[in-house]
Design a protein around this ligand. Structure first.
Ligand code: AMP
Length: 273
């Protein structure tokens, strides 16, 4: 495995390859969720690039940029084992200049749900993803459905800016008790982790209600909120795949999303019906 830190060096290396390129962007502290993306990308492409970059511009002031889990050595071993060809490990000065050119998330979709709790967060996400995609120029780029709003906005950016990369959406990997894997789960103490299980439990309740024939979003959201008590809820939302609120469940075209805070940790989860 080659480790490259300089964006122009990576561009130069990839220029002469003439192979299909799979790309998995991450912020490190790799877990089985990331590994599922890496394995899929390994299967589907001749050359596999993974990036580890803790992107400062997607963190708001006062958020956990400085305390975000870092596991550089373990991450390198995971990538090595997963037969990653190139690990791209830039630092912020290699990626960002002064008087920065940025990508702006759309006014509505970028500022609802997680974008409402974290205004400006998705500008940072889209800017770094645009930069990384331009550096790697992949055939396929892999993202998790767990970050459904991020996935939606990246797909929208690729479509609206006429980019040629294929975005591959990957299912959420969970612990055996249902908790969606996240690097931020490392912040949870035993009590908060137990409370956090209410998030996946509420989504399962939502799905069960649909199986029993309930289709009104309002009714499902009300019951899910009761399951989440006493967690602090940022939102429970039922949307279609275009991220527009729907009054009634549309099977095959629905995402139920929850963001809640357990202890001090903001956790996201969702289920696609
Ligand atoms: P992050 O390092 O948190 O930026 O995540 C990097 C990529 O891994 C993103 O596309 C995430 O959506 C994806 N990801 C994070 N957690 C999971 C999970 N539990 N299952 C599947 N993909 C995930």
């Amino acid at each position: 495995m080659r480790i490259i830190t300089n964006p122009l060096e990576l561009k130069e290396y990839l220029k002469n390859q003439n192979k299909s390129v799979g790309f998995v962007p991450t912020m490190g502290a790799l877990h089985e969720g990331h590994i599922s993306l890496i394995q899929k990308a390994r299967e589907e492409n001749e050359l596999l690039v993974v990036s580890i970059f803790l992107n400062p511009t997607q963190f708001l002031k006062g958020e956990d940029l400085d305390s975000y889990p870092k596991k550089d050595e373990a991450d390198k071993k995971i990538c090595e084992r997963a037969k990653v060809d190139v690990l791209f490990f830039p630092n912020a000065v290699d990626i960002y200049g002064e008087d920065e050119v940025s990508v702006f998330a759309p006014n509505i979709r970028g500022y609802v749900l997680e974008g409402a709790s974290r205004p400006g967060h998705f500008n940072g996400v889209l800017t770094v993803v645009m930069k990384l995609l331009n550096i790697v120029n992949p055939t396929n780029a892999y993202f998790g459905k767990k970050d459904a709003q991020q996935l939606n906005l990246i797909s929208l950016m690729v479509k609206q800016l006429f980019m040629s990369v294929n975005i591959v959406a990957m299912d959420t990997i969970r612990e055996s008790d249902g908790l969606a894997l996240s690097s931020r789960n490392a912040y949870l103490n035993e009590y908060d982790r137990k409370e956090a299980l209410k998030i996946s439990a509420s989504l399962h309740l939502g799905a069960r209600m649909v199986t029993r024939g309930v289709i009104e979003s309002e009714e499902i959201i009300k019951n899910m909120r009761e399951t989440l008590y006493p967690l602090e809820i940022s939102y429970v939302a039922i949307l279609n795949r275009d991220f527009v609120k729907i009054k009634n469940i549309e099977l095959g075209n629905t995402v139920i999303l929850v963001e809640a805070i357990s202890g001090t940790t903001r956790l996201l989860d969702n289920i696609w019906l």
